[in-house]
Design a protein around this ligand. Structure first.
Ligand SMILES: C[S@@+](CC[C@H](N)C(=O)[O-])C[C@H]1O[C@@H](n2cnc3c(N)ncnc32)[C@H](O)[C@@H]1O
Length: 205
């Protein structure tokens, strides 16, 4: 599917490209990195940093998903940049899971602001939880991860993904800054389907 012909995609990706990838200026949000680390993370959790949206748009062009059929699940969603982007460019449903209360609250604030401004065409929601405790959706799901945690948590989440796949659902993983790529490659069900600057993607068969 050619994403650039779809209205929601074309409008949002075009505005982001013209802004030089400045997500907050386009969405009117606060998703910048926070230097204060006020809450404890799970043992292998990484600190908050937002993803460069250019990498995500590039990856989605390569993956050629029919977005209105897909759910986007951001593992460690921080201030909500990726689920908000997903809901603006045409994913049917976007969900962010974030363990830190303070970041989750900022994401909810950003969501309310984007809704008021009419920027979101798809559903968008945020869950304050450890991803280890969250069930993977059973519809066609793209998991998104920007190096949120270590190999142990990643392997646990992918186990849940494989259970969902066993029930006949499609799953993909888009992993930005994929420092634990070998954990994914070691899963018999995982097959690489794309790569670019700083990201890798897998399909689960
Ligand atoms: C590198 S940031 C990525 C933020 C966001 N995905 C983005 O790309 O803009 C990683 C995030 O994962 C969160 N995190 C780490 N371990 C987690 C866990 N076990 N469950 C949920 N969130 C977690 C951190 O608090 C942080 O906000």
């Amino acid at each position: 599917m050619i994403l650039d012909t779809r209205d929601a995609w074309r409008e949002t990706a075009g505005r982001l490209d013209r802004s030089g990838g400045d997500f907050d200026s386009v969405f009117g949000t606060d998703t910048g990195a926070d230097e204060l680390h006020v809450e404890r993370l799970p043992p292998d959790g990484t600190r908050y940093q937002p993803t460069r949206v250019g990498a995500v748009l590039e990856a989605l062009r390569v993956l050629e998903l029919d977005l209105p059929r897909w759910t986007l699940l951001d593992l460690g969603s921080g201030k909500g940049r990726i689920p908000l982007l997903g809901a603006a460019i045409g994913f049917r449903r976007s969900i962010g899971v974030e363990v830190r209360h303070d970041l989750h609250e900022v994401a909810l604030h950003n969501l309310a602001s984007c809704r008021r401004r009419g920027l979101l065409s798809g559903q968008c929601s945020f869950i304050r939880a450890n991803v280890a405790d969250v069930a993977i959706p059973t519809d066609a799901t793209l998991l998104f991860a920007f190096n949120p945690f270590g190999a142990r948590t990643l392997a646990g989440v992918l186990g849940g993904l494989c259970d969902a796949r066993d029930a006949g659902h499609e799953s993909r993983l888009l992993y930005v800054n994929p420092i634990h790529a070998s954990t994914v490659d070691a899963m018999p069900a995982a097959a690489r389907i794309g790569e670019g600057e700083g990201w890798l993607a897998w399909r689960f068969r």
